[in-house]
Design a protein around this ligand. Structure first.
Ligand code: WTA
Length: 651
């Protein structure tokens, strides 16, 4: 193992599902047992049956799993469907007037859309895309604030078979450019701006910058009017959203696509410099997102689900744009920052819109916990019946606060482990069945064969012994490949165990009750405030600065963000001494401009050189120990220059 397995948590608190919840739960203990038994007995048939009942097929499939090119697995291959039809049209018959989206903008504007209205909006925008000649297989990049039109844009792409790739609005123009180019997108959908923390995020300006510097494939840019700011429009290329949909029909025949047709690409950080375009399918992905929305969130049509994730992340794909709609629920979307104008914003929204299921990241829970119990106490949280957590390990203290203060002690908490690559939740409690422990994501869902293995791929059975988190059998919502780089797909996820096991990149251990505890990444990926960042991406951004010769990035623990970025840098010429504040700020802003504000280093330390082995490899483990203020246990005798350690320590 690359990373030291941290001391095993000794958590003895166990919370049985509250009886009131159990009484009402959709999935009971015997249902769960039956699902697990069916999955274990015949995994393929298990998925085939679910795919038949959960998905409306245009052409039914006869092939469940095609593993001839394993580990490039293909599911339900000869079936045809449309994901948008499954999410929207199916609801029209029974739930047309039910709310699909309750939206609140950061300035306080509220807007609601019924399923009928959402369907009409999606069709109109889909028709606008078609009118412009955008069709099946074309890549469309979506770079928008978290407003209903972001979901409309995603669903409209799905409707016409175009492949969307959402880029989080917090990413820089350069990151946007890199993703547009890798995807070969011909269309970008953006906005004149978005509201965030009382500021305007200038999305159109960033788009213009990206397009000026490259992106030759782009011929169309749609611009949503959100803030009303004046933005330049390029004749022939840029179209206002509201003008484009004018006069478009409110019906749009869905494009029937193969089950394996790519629904979307989503870029995520890996351990090398370039982000990778995770490619998802249509049918398998939809099945995963829909089933887990029902199993894990216990969704009923009278539920109001608020998943706080932006659609720029996988969580906002599976549990905002697709899963809850396919399950026929109502979702809340909020555009802005959790603490704007104050730390009560989230709780006010929960009360005002009657949120029943609330799903967020530990980083937000910790930030809000720090503000005290008085803020949430001011709002009516009584409708909440289920709480969820995702994106990083949740520390027991935050879990207990969430349970007690937000859940009033009556709500189960689902700590859900999954990844961009897995498409849907993989390891999680079932809220009416599974007993939970603060900090554990408990057990794999039916049909998911998760395991913990040693370096040889052998199952680690001893309780609390750590190992690699792997998945032993393919599952429908798994990634299909990395866009344009199947070798990297094989190398990253499969090579370690000779294509037999999917390697998640996390280390984990299992306790005596069989509960999984995720311990963190084993590769050079950081998890800052629930966002995945590659150390190499940040290092490349730093060395692109004219004054920086070399950089090494590691993480240290952070009270709120979980991890924060710690950069060791070597300057060209002399090492800056004295007051370096100004220069540090310049470097932070530089990284924000290159990558996005989320990648800004919290700590920057200057050194004359970096600790390297004689063969020239940067000793990251040593740097991590220094950043975390730990005692150094590594052998430093191979260091080129042992005296450097004091300097790196900041002495
Ligand atoms: C981490 C987010 C502990 C993990 C859905 C994983 C978690 C990475 C949890 C994926 C959890 C996610 N407990 N760690 N409940 N959920 N992670 O692709 O390291 O943005 O590999 O997907 O987040 O991050 P991604």
């Amino acid at each position: 193992m690359k990373k030291n397995i941290e001391s095993v948590l000794t958590e003895s608190r166990v919370f049985a599902p509250p009886p009131a919840f159990v009484a009402e739960a959709r999935l009971k203990a015997h249902d769960l047992t039956a699902l697990h038994q069916r999955a274990a007995a015949d995994p393929q048939n298990f998925w085939a049956e679910l795919a038949r009942t959960e998905i409306a097929w245009h052409t039914p499939f006869t092939v469940t799993l095609d593993d001839r090119a394993a580990p490039n697995f293909r599911w339900f291959t000869d079936g045809e469907l449309n994901v948008s039809y499954n999410c929207l049209d199916l609801q029209l018959a029974q739930n047309a007037d039910q709310l699909a989206i309750i939206f609140e903008g950061e300035p306080g504007d509220v807007r609601t859309l019924t399923y009928r209205e959402l369907h009409a909006d999606v069709c109109r925008f889909a028709n606008a895309l078609k009118a412009r000649g955008i069709r099946r297989g074309d890549r469309v990049v979506i770079y928008m604030p978290l407003v209903p039109e972001a979901v409309v844009a995603m669903q409209a792409c799905a409707r016409i078979g175009a492949i969307h790739s959402v880029v989080f609005g917090g990413f820089s123009a350069l990151s946007l450019k890199e993703r547009i180019e890798d995807a070969g997108a011909r269309c970008v959908i953006t906005a004149d701006g978005g509201h965030r923390g009382g500021n305007i995020v200038e999305l159109k300006a960033a788009t213009d910058k990206a397009l000026t510097e490259g992106c030759a494939s782009v011929d169309t840019v749609y611009v949503l009017r959100r803030t009303g700011a004046t933005v330049p429009m390029q004749l022939g290329r840029d179209l206002w959203w509201h003008e484009a949909i004018e006069g478009q029909a409110e019906v749009c025949e869905p494009e029937w696509v193969d089950a394996e047709h790519p629904l979307f690409l989503l870029y995520t950080s890996g351990s090398t410099g370039r982000p990778k375009g995770i490619q998802h399918s249509s049918a398998g992905y939809l099945l995963g997102a829909k089933l887990t929305s029902r199993w894990v969130f216990d969704l009923r049509s009278d539920d109001v689900l608020w998943c706080t994730a932006d659609v720029g992340w996988i969580t906002g794909h599976s549990y905002v744009a697709y899963g809850p709609l396919a399950a026929g629920a109502t979702l809340v979307m909020y555009e802005g920052a959790p603490t704007y104008p104050d730390g009560g914003r989230f709780w006010r929204i929960c009360g005002q819109h009657g949120v029943t299921v609330f799903y967020t990241a530990p980083t937000a829970i910790r930030a809000l916990m720090k503000l005290g119990d008085e803020l949430p106490a001011k709002y009516d949280l009584s409708k909440i019946r289920l709480l969820g957590s995702v994106g990083e390990p949740i520390n027991p203290e935050a879990w207990m606060w969430y349970h007690r203060v937000i859940g009033g002690g009556r709500c189960p908490i689902v700590d859900t482990w999954w990844q961009t690559e897995t498409g849907a939740i993989m390891i999680s409690p079932i809220p009416g069945v599974t007993s939970t422990k603060p900090g554990s994501c408990t057990q794999p869902l039916p049909g998911i064969f998760a395991d913990i293995v040693d370096d040889e791929g052998r199952s680690v059975t001893m309780p609390d012994a750590g190992g690699y988190l792997v998945i032993r059998k393919p599952w429908p919502s798994m990634l299909r490949t990395i866009w344009g780089d199947n070798d990297r797909y094989l190398e990253t996820y499969w090579k370690k165990f000779q294509h037999r096991l999917y390697v998640a990149g996390d280390s984990a251990h299992r306790d005596a009750d069989g509960c999984f505890w995720i311990m963190g990444r084993i590769d050079d990926v950081l998890n800052v405030a629930g966002h995945r960042l590659g150390t190499m991406e940040i290092e490349s951004a730093l060395v692109a600065h004219p004054r920086i010769a070399e950089a090494a990035v590691v993480s240290r623990q952070h009270e709120i963000k979980g991890e924060s970025v710690f950069a060791f840098v070597v300057c060209r010429g002399a090492r800056p001494t004295g007051d370096t504040k100004e220069f540090e700020k310049e470097l932070r802003d530089w990284v924000a401009e290159q990558l996005g504000a989320i990648a800004k280093p919290d700590d920057i330390r200057f050194a004359d050189n970096l600790p390297k082995t004689r063969s020239g490899k940067i000793m990251r483990r040593l740097l991590r120990a220094i950043a975390r203020g730990e005692t150094i246990t590594q052998d430093v005798s191979t260091l080129e220059n042992p005296a450097i350690i004091e300097q790196l320590r900041g002495h």
